[in-house]
Design a protein around this ligand. Sequence first.
Ligand SMILES: Nc1ncnc2c1ncn2[C@@H]1O[C@H](COP(=O)(O)OP(=O)(O)OP(=O)(O)O)[C@@H](O)[C@H]1O
Ligand code: SF4
Ligand SMILES: [Mg+2]
Length: 321
Amino acid sequence: MNKLLEVKDLTVAFPTSNGEKYAVNHISFDLFENDFVGLVGESGCGKTVATQTILGIESPSAIIKSGSCLLKGKEILGLDDKQWAPYRSRNIATVFQEPGSALNPLIKVGKQIEEVLKIHYDFDKKKRLDLVYTTMEKCGLKDVESLYHKYPHELSGGMQQRIVISMALIANPNVLIADEPTTALDAKVQSQIIDLFKEISHIYKGAIVFISHDLNLIENISKKVMIMYAGRIVERGLTKDVIDSPLHPYTKALLKAVPNYKKRGQDLYNIKGRVPDLKNRSNEGCPFADRCDFVMDKCFKTYPATTYRNDHEVNCHLYGE
Ligand SMILES: Nc1ncnc2c1ncn2[C@@H]1O[C@H](COP(=O)(O)OP(=O)(O)OP(=O)(O)O)[C@@H](O)[C@H]1O
Ligand code: SF4
Ligand SMILES: [Mg+2]
């Protein structure tokens, strides 16, 4: 299988009133062709900081403490804007929560999709338009030739997100990162956009990282999943394995807290406590220790090594030797 992205030991800190603290703590993962990987965790776990750092769009106050990020073997971590330009859209593309903020309100939507092609390819106008229209159609848009001439405000949120997804896919990027792409949309439109991602996953050869809080949704669309807690990836594997046989107490708690998850009629479970604020995080021990029902002395002292069960990995002292 062709490896597209290799993230190794990525650590990202922010200055806080309590000193520098790690929002992303020594994470590593690989993405291969045709991968569809869910990245799941409660708010504040570092999903956005991790992926924005990989994309070179992290906040100016973010400090990259360690790591490497190889896109088809080439280092992209820490490149400046100019060095990033040839990679953006062509190699890694993004879809964020708010389609409105991804679109320029003053430019026709079709033109915005076409611009992505213009930057990266030397195609003539006819070829560009053909590609724009077919990509829009693949993204579930109709009457694409007249839609091309609309401005963002003339479209619904769902249509805008389809335009953003068209922009993301038109240059056929190696990696597509979608950060909660349905959260800002109403329920009916959300499920249409989820269906679109499913369809895309069948025709698209690159890797998709799909960020969400929602394990029901991830179970529905993604082949693999990584569970993130307080800056760490604590469990990962095939979605089916992780959901059917969760190992990490955090994953188990997340699953118990999912509405309707295979237990209709039961009371919804609330995970006790909350993700610690960045300034209150300690680098010692397991970050879940103060919320975990299975906590042991050593959990406060050392971060657990990775235990492997075939392709299913967990970092928890309950497993291993
Ligand atoms: N620019 C910043 N300055 C300081 N701290 C930040 C900054 N951006 C994020 N953080 C902190 O880093 C941690 C990780 O934030 P991040 O936005 O990555 O979480 P997330 O998992 O994407 O959450 P959500 O599900 O709410 O989007 C949080 O504690 C957050 O407060
Ligand atoms: S390492 Fe300890 S505190 Fe952390 S999840 Fe496992 S049992 Fe709980
Ligand atoms: Mg986020």
